[in-house]
Design a binder for this molecule. Structure first.
Ligand code: ZN
Ligand code: ZN
Length: 414
């Protein structure tokens, strides 16, 4: 099916315009055969450079679209790192449009150069393991720090289900987890809006919810042993990605649970062996947050005065990465509102948390699907569990309930 982007874009009751750079999203079996037709429909003409990696170039069912220049990157060791991405720009040979075929990493290898060169790019995802394909955010490592930088979104996305349905099962399950994380990210956003007056949009939150509901249905079907609904799963990823374009940030799609994935990539002291692809780490983060949020909902907090992160604590937990953490937390969001607001809204917060399924239920689903659900599954020692959310919440200066715990006193030792 073709996703009608117009349906989501345009002036909104929240006061914003919500422009979408993505003109068309096509999710269908064999849609690559009509590639030129969709390019024309989006007005994408001129010299094409098509980017693959050594894996995606020879995938079963791959249709190699017409190219003025093909660039096949060595898949081994390829990751979204600024210098590595910049080094390929000369090899693109000044195209009018970049077409990229692959996973999220390949997307960044097109998004970043397209941004630098001021040209459009087209995404041909080969799997549906995360929701970055329709996003305008580049997740790139700069000087050892993972950064999410807003850039252009693809003008056209073509997800050929003949290719996507051939991806290994664990990638599909990872995709499920990246969307089910919206249970937490939406909770964090709603609570933040309630207590700090942070901007919130019903339409965008509704889209994240639409993606979540669709993916829950697909996951339940898979669990029952039905043939996977690749169209539904891919659509859910695409809709979630569009929320990032509409907000120009990932607020609807990424909350405290996503920081576990950042933690795994950063590998601070004691997390050196952490591993796992994005959705797997996010899935484990979702379960950790679900457990902690439900536990907190059973307690009643008192407000605590704001204090910046303790520098000794930061150095102990982040070692060589500390400088980046200090910089990120310079203007701590916790200092920008009165913590008493959280206490005053606690009953409403409880109601929001009640929309998250119990942690055990989410864990059981991932387990049944053969996915990862424990810290040890992603190379993190279970003994670190009591600290993981404190450490991960320090990675990003975004208002989440996990972070709010620093200005709340639940009458227990922390
Ligand atoms: Zn809006
Ligand atoms: Zn994600």
């Amino acid at each position: 099916m073709i996703l009608d982007c117009e349906r989501y874009a345009g002036p909104c009751e929240c006061g914003r315009e919500h422009p979408l750079e993505t003109k068309m999203v096509v999710v269908d079996y064999g849609c690559l055969n009509d590639f030129d037709k969709y390019m024309d429909a989006c007005g994408l003409t001129g010299k094409r450079t098509v980017l693959y990696d050594t894996n995606t170039y020879s995938l079963p069912g791959m249709v190699h679209v017409r190219a003025d220049k093909e660039l096949v990157l060595e898949a081994q060791g390829l990751h979204s790192e600024k210098n590595m991405i910049e080094s390929i720009i000369p090899q693109l040979e000044s195209p009018d449009v970049i077409i990229t075929v692959g996973s999220g990493t390949l997307m960044d290898f097109a998004r970043y150069p397209a941004h630098k060169l001021g040209i459009p790019f087209v995404a041909i995802p080969t799997l549906a393991s995360s929701d970055g394909f329709t996003a305008n955010i580049c997740s790139v490592v700069i000087d050892g720090q993972k950064k999410s930088i807003p850039m252009e979104a693809p003008t056209l996305v073509l997800a050929d289900l003949n290719i996507i349905s051939g991806a290994p099962m664990f990638l599909n399950v990872s995709g499920v987890a990246d969307i089910l994380s919206k249970y937490i990210s939406l909770t964090d956003w709603k609570i933040a809006a309630l207590v700090s007056g942070e901007y919130y949009c019903e339409r965008v939150a509704g889209m994240a919810q639409e993606a979540l509901d669709l993916m829950v249905k697909c996951a339940e079907g898979m669990r029952r042993g039905e043939k996977p609904d690749f169209e539904g799963m891919t659509m859910a990823q695409m809709i979630s990605g569009l929320t990032m374009q509409m907000l120009r940030n990932s607020r609807a799609a990424s909350g405290a649970e996503h920081l576990i994935a950042h933690l795994v990539e950063m590998k601070p002291p004691r997390f050196e062996n952490a591993h796992g692809i994005h959705g797997e780490c996010v899935g484990v983060g979702t379960i950790l947050c679900a457990e902690e949020y439900h536990r907190l909902a059973g307690l009643t907090p008192k407000a605590k005065p704001f204090a910046p992160l303790n520098p000794d604590w930061v150095r102990e937990k982040f070692g060589a990465l500390s400088d980046g953490i200090f910089k990120e937390n310079e203007n701590d969001v916790l200092a920008a509102f009165d913590a008493q607001n959280i206490v005053d809204h606690w009953d409403e917060i409880r109601e929001i948390i009640a929309t998250i399924p119990p942690a055990e239920e989410i864990a059981r689903l991932y387990k049944d699907l053969g996915g990862k659900y424990r810290l040890s599954d992603i190379g993190i020692d279970e003994s670190l569990k009591p600290e993981v959310l404190d450490i991960s919440a320090a990675i990003r200066n975004r208002l989440t309930l996990a972070r709010m715990r620093r200005v709340l006193d639940f009458g227990e030792e922390r």
